[in-house]
Write a protein that binds this ligand. Structure first.
Ligand SMILES: Cc1cc2nc3c(=O)[nH]c(=O)nc-3n(C[C@H](O)[C@H](O)[C@H](O)COP(=O)(O)OP(=O)(O)OC[C@H]3O[C@@H](n4cnc5c(N)ncnc54)[C@H](O)[C@@H]3O)c2cc1C
Length: 816
């Protein structure tokens, strides 16, 4: 027997499809000095009992990208690693029962085509041609995805493991990790067979990820946000008609998903595999009297067919052939769920040299792409595609177990639900409330959650329909539209007030604090007494984040950033901070009120003391009061009007709010702010600003100071990019939109050619047109150029605008 290895560069804990893909991709990137630890046999977790469906469909660009990569990998994997496996690319059909569902399909088909997948939209008759055993009388149509299929999950895992072994990686089965410790900047992974010293660790422990995650808590970690759902599928006995069909056509039936009823139905040998995501779903291991066992390898939960009876009947009505056979087997196994149903892939929050690739709900479909993303994170410290949708840092301290349980149940029960832009999911709400909450409620606020904080999206008036049903539309029109218009008009003509609760804010102090921040950004830091935007590139010159900076002195810098960026941006700072620099997060203690509109000064003047309201745009004033409460004023407005952000202690906010609203300012919400900022061409983080784009593509040159004395990440890359010229440019487009504005990642066309994509879109109520921001091929990024934007399957004329704000291009109103 070979000796137990005591060192490695990296240890991966967990040998399911995901862990195997991580080790395979790490080895492929040259990191073959890696060890995978599996407590039992490979695939002992969720992987062994998975149905093995491998969809590419998603309405998220990055998830679709990851799944597309998986299908491409799986097609060639058997041959590449010399491990033959069963992978059937059967195509799939998703059924639509409504116009809104067809719009969702059109959108996904558009993204799919952009990614090179010939996804088709079918009418009911065409659908039946592809699936002859189907009842179609009540359908609106369907989506056909030619790349969908099913794979044997165990063979997939073994193939990835073989590939990794062949490249030199070690896979240790029946070797549970039992704990970790840290010594001299190295990890020591403990096992019953001995310790392994390594530089990096990956938690790929599937539904055990929370347990493994606990070991990292003494090293800065947090509880892994997850819960475990029970998911069942049943296998039918053989159906002679399916056997005949397969023989006659030479292929299997396409995989069927009735997403409105909520199940998948797949051909398994010559029978069926039916798997529902039932509303009346069941979580497991959630209470003290149902504890998670120490070992659940190769085990299942007891069958519970009663729970899915409605779905079985619905499927039998849809495909009557299903009713001709009996049930041969039921599989009921654990699936881990993060609160949004997406996995955790990337740096472990707060912990150095530790990563996560766990909590996969669709880990068979996603393991290929996940391995690539994880390996890039480890080896290069960054990923090819922007993967914020699965970044573990998207969750912060509000994700307690109650939240995870509620959200997991909600997501599972609505696994195939449409995610309308006006709909806020109700579970797990009110995690963080500002003391202003009751005032906002009284004013009619309809709330949305932003990093757990409740903020007003819009303010309903008496008689407005605020039901969940009213939000089930992609259209701009709805009860909110009139109110958004009124809120925008109040900001344009008078004064509005918005509580930007939960703005993330950090205080960087210590000798050389200014120099330290300066060395991370491509932008020039402002002088004391001023505020400015700063852009933080990665070392490829791509947009990591944007923060507002106040550089008080050489030893004190304040930074403000998006609520959702709280842990992401904190890590940009802490991971690189030299000794002597302290970074504190003051998010919880502070509130921000944006008071903006041409009458903002008039409203503030009588209640403000000590602050100079005539000070210029982008000035900040620290000493003074509003309504008798100490606060700082920053003369900036994301709405693009005369205005100030009032930064005050969170408890002082109600008194300031009362004084300002009593003086006539109208409360407005985040949806109005979105419209107002788009009219100014102001970018939003992780829509317009992401690592999918470089700062230069993003049109941020005026914030990029390549001649800065200090070096900063991405400087060399940007210099080279500047010399070569960028392939794509950020543009503002006006759109002859119909009922809907362009959502994120709508395709831009010129003739039959894809020439770019939108990064955000909204109606502009001050300029009365639909606006999209986006990335366009550079040669077309010329004002006046006409192109088309595809919005839910329909092409609409769009015109490239001047490189300046549509509203108030000279910023005269801001400077008033
Ligand atoms: C009934 C059912 C059907 C499904 N169908 C599909 C489908 O059709 N398509 C799809 O994409 N997904 C499907 N899934 C989900 C899929 O099974 C999971 O997302 C996927 O298997 C997760 O893979 P993983 O590698 O992350 O986790 P796992 O497969 O759970 O692997 C984690 C591994 O870590 C090991 N481990 C844990 N702790 C330790 C430790 N301390 N030391 C060493 N090893 C440890 C475990 O033994 C386990 O082998 C289904 C799930 C269920 C329950």
């Amino acid at each position: 027997m070979s000796e137990f290895p005591t060192t490695a560069r990296i240890v991966i804990i967990g040998g399911g499809a995901v862990g195997a893909s991580c080790v395979y991709h790490l080895a492929k990137m040259g990191w073959s000095d890696c060890i995978l630890l599996e407590k039992n046999e490979l695939t002992a977790g969720s992987t062994w009992h998975a149905a093995g469906n491998v969809p590419t469909f998603s309405t998220s660009w990055s998830i679709m990208n990851m799944q597309r990569y998986s299908t491409e990998l799986y097609r060639g994997l058997g041959e590449a690693v010399d491990y033959p496996m069963n992978y059937h690319v059967t195509g799939s059909i998703r059924l639509a029962h409504s116009k809104e569902r067809m719009q969702e399909f059109e959108r996904a088909a558009g993204m799919g085509r952009y990614q090179g997948m010939p996804i088709e939209i079918l009418n009911p008759a065409e659908t039946q041609e592809r699936y002859p055993f189907l009842e179609t009388h009540d359908l609106t149509g369907s989506l056909y995805d030619p790349h969908d299929g099913d794979i044997d999950p165990a063979q997939l895992t073994q193939a990835l493991a073989k590939g990794a072994r062949d490249m030199g990686a070690q896979i240790l089965r029946f070797t549970p990790a039992t704990g970790i410790s840290r010594e001299n900047g190295e990890w020591i992974v403990h096992t019953e067979k001995g310790d392994i010293r390594c530089e990096y660790v990956v938690n790929a422990a599937g539904y055990y990820a929370q347990r493994v995650g606990e070991w990292f808590k003494p090293h800065g970690g947090r509880t892994v946000p997850m819960m475990v759902m029970s998911h069942q599928y049943l296998l039918s006995e053989e159906v002679p008609e399916i056997e005949t069909y397969t023989k006659e056509t030479g292929h299997k039936l396409p995989l069927l998903r009735d997403v409105d009823s909520s199940y998948y139905l797949r051909q398994e040998k010559h029978g069926f595999n039916l798997g529902p995501y039932e509303r009346n779903c069941k979580g497991h291991w959630m209470t003290p009297n149902d504890p998670m066992p120490d070992d659940f390898s190769f085990q299942l939960y007891p069958d519970d067919l009663e729970r899915i009876e409605w779905y079985i009947e619905d499927a039998m009505a849809r495909v009557p052939l299903l009713g001709t056979s009996g049930v041969s087997r039921v599989i009921n196994g654990p699936i881990p769920y993060a609160p949004d149903g997406l996995p955790l892939i990337g740096p472990m929050p707060g912990v150095p040299n530790a990563f996560e690739a766990c909590v996969f709900t669709f880990g068979i479909a996603q393991s290929g792409g996940a391995g690539k993303v994880l390996a890039e994170w480890v080896v290069e410290g960054q990923t090819e595609w922007d993967m914020w949708s699965v970044d573990p840092r998207r969750y912060t301290d509000y994700t307690d177990q109650d939240y995870c349980d509620q959200k997991g149940m909600e997501v599972y029960g609505h696994e195939y639900a449409m995610h309308f832009p006006w709909h806020e999911w109700p579970a797990g709400r009110n995690k963080k409330l500002s003391p202003l909450h009751s005032r906002l409620q009284d004013a009619g606020a309809q709330f949305g959650a932003y990093n757990g904080w409740e903020r007003a999206n819009w303010f309903a008036q008496a008689g407005d329909d605020t039901s969940e049903e009213s939000t089930q539309t992609w259209d701009r029109a709805g009860p909110w539209e009139r109110r958004i218009r009124e809120e925008c008009e109040a900001v344009r003509d008078n004064c509005g007030i918005l509580a930007i609760t939960g703005f993330s804010r950090y205080h960087v102090t210590g000798r050389g604090a200014r120099e330290f921040v300066d060395g991370l950004t491509a932008s020039r830091l402002p002088k004391p007494g001023r505020i400015s935007l700063a852009y933080f590139p990665d070392n490829r010159g791509r947009i990591l984040t944007e923060m507002s900076v106040m550089a008080w002195s050489e030893e004190e810098v304040g930074l403000i950033t998006a609520a959702t960026a709280q842990w992401h941006d904190m890590e940009i700072l802490t991971r690189q901070a030299p000794e002597g620099i302290t970074i504190t997060d003051n998010t919880k203690e502070m509130e921000c009120l944006l008071v903006t509109g041409p009458n903002a000064r008039k409203i503030l003047e009588p209640i403000t003391e000590g602050h100079d309201l005539s000070a210029s745009w982008l000035s900040i004033s620290m000493e003074g009061t509003v309504a008798g409460n100490k606060c700082a004023l920053a003369r900036v407005s994301f709405a693009g009007e005369l205005g100030w952000e009032i930064h005050c202690a969170i408890d002082a906010a109600p008194a300031i709010w009362d004084a300002i609203t009593d003086a006539g300012a109208k409360p407005f919400g985040m949806w109005a702010l979105n419209s107002l900022r788009i009219e100014k061409g102001y970018r939003a983080w992780k829509g317009d600003l992401s690592t999918d784009y470089s700062l230069l593509e993003g049109g941020l040159e005026r914030f990029v100071k390549l001649d800065k004395e200090v070096d900063f990440p991405g400087k060399a890359a940007m210099l080279a990019e500047k010399q070569q010229g960028v392939a794509n440019r950020f543009v503002t487009l006006t759109v002859d939109a119909g009922a809907c504005d362009a959502p994120y990642m709508s395709t831009l066309w010129q003739g039959d050619e894809v020439v770019g994509e939108t990064t955000s879109g909204a109606w502009g109520y001050r300029v009365n047109t639909s606006i999209a921001l986006g990335m366009l091929r550079t040669d077309l990024a010329v004002p006046g150029t006409e192109i088309e934007v595809e919005i839910y399957g329909q092409r609409h004329k769009a015109v490239v605008q001047e490189d300046q704000p549509l509203w108030d291009p000279t910023n005269a109103r801001l400077r008033a």
